[in-house]
Design a protein around this ligand. Structure first.
Ligand code: COA
Length: 415
């Protein structure tokens, strides 16, 4: 079967998480991804958070599937010449160096355009133009500067970062879409273009509903579905909403049977208006179906804490999976709080290729997250991450370098 991005060649100049997640996705869609790494060292994540001595970390292996690795000193004139050849022969250059690093290396947008006017140059930076444009940025900085931290957590606690890597992997996703759009536009213009995804912007995009709420708060001074209502005051900014639902259907996380010992014995429960009567019946509170204090969504808003406390009396009598089975029969939207252990062991996620077991020559078998985007005509086969420089000779050979040229470059520590 062919792949969606067959024939697209990516010069993958990325490292750490945000850029690698982008190029990994492109690889899953069939692009030929050539990862250029520093000779001798490689991507810093190869050595970070190692669980097996001297073996590429899971941090690296899980972000760099379906790629080839070459080593290259791109500050050495001979290394620059190799990079120039790569630029001429690739469709997209993806990078997430600190601001200005590519320019300092001598590869400005103008220079790349001279070498290959069809090249798409895609960058992740921490911030777009503005006061922080020169800053180096990691995940949690983006979560904080993008509005996620100020709106996550509980009212009486500090701002909180989330486990979902919305700054890194979230930006990688945004960048991948920009690249595909730029390649599509190139079909008509014949030209490459710059694609830029700032981590702050990506997080703001993912926090879109909180900017919605900011403007609702500005206008009405209250957010009636937030846990602060009706007992406490609202300030000027959108407060942390605890586990309140981000939409118009109130929800909360409720304890289930066994919560005293199992930190994940909880369920997310949504009191969707159309199934209110079913909820009342399931929990044995039929009088709430017609009681004017509970009968309509607007009437319920001041009583959400009581409502969820009452529903929790019921959920605490069931395991999260028993509650799921019962509630789903009534189309009541709910979701179990799944631990990573439960996710790793879930057969349906293995069956769809969302969780994949991969074999690696040095670490053996490990689990990874496969392609979350499923295309019916372009199936993803997850292949293991490359060893450092594993494909240097192969790629240089394809670029036209002879065995002697390659040996000379190696002797001079350029590769
Ligand atoms: N050969 C020679 N030099 C190389 C090279 C190669 N193959 N690859 C990279 N380098 C050099 C770069 O030219 C740069 O040199 P310079 O500082 O002299 O210009 C240097 O390596 C380091 O690059 P840098 O990006 O500054 O790495 P860092 O480890 O100091 O910073 C980040 C890491 C992630 C903070 C930074 O890259 C960054 O802010 N990136 C943008 C935002 C981002 O993607 N953050 C999320 C990461 S998950």
């Amino acid at each position: 079967m062919s792949k969606a991005l067959d024939g697209v060649r990516i010069l993958d100049f990325t490292h750490v998480q945000s850029g690698p997640t982008c190029t990994q996705l492109l690889g899953w869609f069939g692009a030929d991804v050539i990862k250029v790494e520093r000779a001798g060292e490689g991507d810093a994540t190869r050595g970070q958070l190692r669980d097996i001595p001297d073996v590429d970390s899971l941090y690296f292996t899980m972000l760099n599937h379906n790629k080839r690795s070459i080593t290259l000193d791109t500050k050495n004139p001979k290394g620059k010449a190799v990079l120039e050849t790569l630029i001429k022969q690739c469709d997209v250059l993806v990078e997430n160096f600190a601001p200005g690093a590519l320019d300092r290396m001598g590869f400005t947008w103008e220079r790349i355009q001279e070498l290959n006017p069809r090249m798409v140059v895609a960058s992740v930076k921490g911030f777009g133009p503005g006061p922080y444009e020169d800053c180096k940025v990691y995940e949690n900085v983006a979560q904080c500067a993008g509005g996620a931290a100020s709106t996550t957590g509980f009212d009486d606690g500090p701002p909180l970062v989330t486990g979902a890597q919305i700054g890194d992997s979230g930006t990688g996703l945004h960048l991948a879409l920009g690249i595909v759009a730029a390649l599509y536009q190139r079909n008509t213009t014949g030209r490459g273009q710059k694609v830029m995804a700032a981590m702050q912007d990506a997080v703001i995009n993912l926090c879109r509903v909180k900017l919605r709420d900011q403007q609702r708060l500005d206008r009405t001074q209250v957010l009636k579905e937030y846990p602060q209502y009706p007992d406490s005051e609202f300030g000027e900014a959108v407060p942390r909403a605890g586990n309140a639902s981000g939409g118009g259907q109130p929800g909360w996380i409720l304890k289930c049977k066994g919560w005293e010992k199992d930190p994940n014995s909880y369920i997310y429960f949504i009191t969707q208006a159309p199934v209110w009567a079913s909820i009342c019946k399931v929990i044995g509170q039929e009088d709430w179906i017609t009681d004017p204090q509970y009968a309509t969504p607007a009437a319920r808003l001041p009583h959400l804490k009581n409502i969820f406390a009452r529903i929790e009396q019921w959920t605490m009598t069931k395991t999260k999976f028993e509650a799921m089975d019962i509630l789903n029969k009534f189309d009541i939207p709910c979701g179990p709080i799944l631990s990573m252990k439960e996710i790793a062991d879930e057969p349906s996620l293995r069956a769809t290729g969302t969780i994949v077991e991969v074999d690696h020559p040095k670490r053996g078998k490990y689990l990874t997250v496969g392609n979350p985007i499923k295309l019916s005509d372009s199936q993803t086969e997850v292949t293991r991450s490359p060893l450092l420089g594993e494909h240097t000779d192969e790629v240089l050979g394809q670029l036209g370098y002879s065995a002697k040229d390659i040996a000379d470059l190696r002797a001079e520590k350029v590769i």
